[in-house]
Ligand binder design. Structure first.
Ligand code: ADP
Ligand code: MG
Length: 299
């Protein structure tokens, strides 16, 4: 091959709008409740998939609070150029790749925080085909990553609906409390409507117990038993314990494994990454239409 052709190839590969050769699995991390560990999970699951498994991962921050960037500030190089994600979503030909930046961690990419997402939430309401905007903006990005994770806002607005339409799977973080059960039931009900009306491929990847207080052994098991009755097979075996290292890592802007690799939080997210890969690969191969409905009819 001539030098010229080699150079051309290099340029084309470097052009991020050119389709890649991967086929991403797209997962929305979703709960209407705030403070249940959505961002902690998006950040630590995403970085663990990239670091320990060599998978190419993109975390898309759809919450105007921009906590993904804050949680990873220490591993984001300065001065990277990007278009705010709200601008991408409001542009008819928007491509999410314009909003993506790389981190210092190999294989890990993210969209930075964008306060204007709260305006976008309202502006999207007037757009034709408003539920499909994120899905369309993701078309090329899907070919560049192995996993794309959405960190959703704590509400069922236009941004979350866009995430659920663009995703194949939903991961539902949930605390081990009696009230959490109600929240998950409501969410599963919404998911089944999205499944029927907007996204027939949507499936529940799993409910993930987060911030689990190991001292409440009896209560935890009672809640887990109850949940299993309704969401059979849809509960992750891995549980994320309460661990202050997770809190501190977030404050320091680092993934848990660089902050403290031997912490419980790091071990928990390590196990989650393995279970996550197994579950998502299992679901990706089959038609999963019935699954959300089964969960709904059981409730
Ligand atoms: N397993 C955990 N142990 C201790 N603190 C946690 C854990 N998971 C999350 N947190 C803390 O709880 C707060 C809320 O978590 P976050 O992931 O931001 O929730 P959400 O994105 O659902 O609002 C954050 O301060 C975070 O550091
Ligand atoms: Mg959050």
């Amino acid at each position: 091959m001539s030098l010229l052709k080699d150079r051309l190839k290099e340029m084309v590969v470097a052009d991020r709008h050119y389709p890649g050769e991967r086929e991403a699995q797209v997962i929305a991390i979703c709960s209407q409740k705030g403070g249940v560990g959505k961002t902690t999970t998006a950040v630590n699951l995403g970085t663990t998939l990239a670091e320990s498994h060599g998978l190419k991962v993109l975390v898309v921050d759809l919450d105007p609070q921009g906590h993904v960037e804050k949680s990873l500030g220490a591993v984001i190089p300065e001065g990277l150029e990007y278009t705010p994600i709200s601008a991408v979503l409001l542009d008819r030909r928007g491509d999410i790749l314009d909003a993506v930046i790389r981190s210092d961690l190999e294989n890990f990419y993210l969209t930075p925080g964008d306060k204007s997402l709260s305006d976008a939430e309202n502006s999207l309401a007037t757009k034709i085909g408003k539920e499909f905007i994120l899905k369309n903006a993701l078309r090329t990005a899907r070919t560049h990553f192995d996993y794309i994770l959405f960190d959703c806002p704590p509400s069922m607005g236009n941004l979350t609906v866009n995430a659920l339409v663009a995703a194949q799977h939903v991961l539902v973080p949930c605390e081990m409390s009696v009230l959490a059960f109600e929240g998950v039931s409501d969410l599963i009900d919404t998911l089944s409507q999205i499944n029927e009306r907007l996204n027939p491929d949507l499936d529940v990847l799993g409910v993930l117990f987060t911030r689990v207080d190991g001292r409440n052994l009896q209560m935890n098991e009672l809640i887990a038993e109850n949940m299993k009755k309704y969401f059979n097979g849809q509960i992750f075996d891995t549980r994320i314990a309460i661990n202050t290292a997770l809190n501190k890592a977030q404050l320091d802007g680092e993934p848990i494994f660089t902050f403290d690799r031997s912490s419980t939080g790091s071990l928990n997210y390590g196990s989650l990454a393995e279970e996550f890969i197994t579950r998502s690969n299992k679901l990706a191969g089959k038609n999963t239409r019935a699954k959300v409905r089964v969960a709904k009819s059981a409730s």
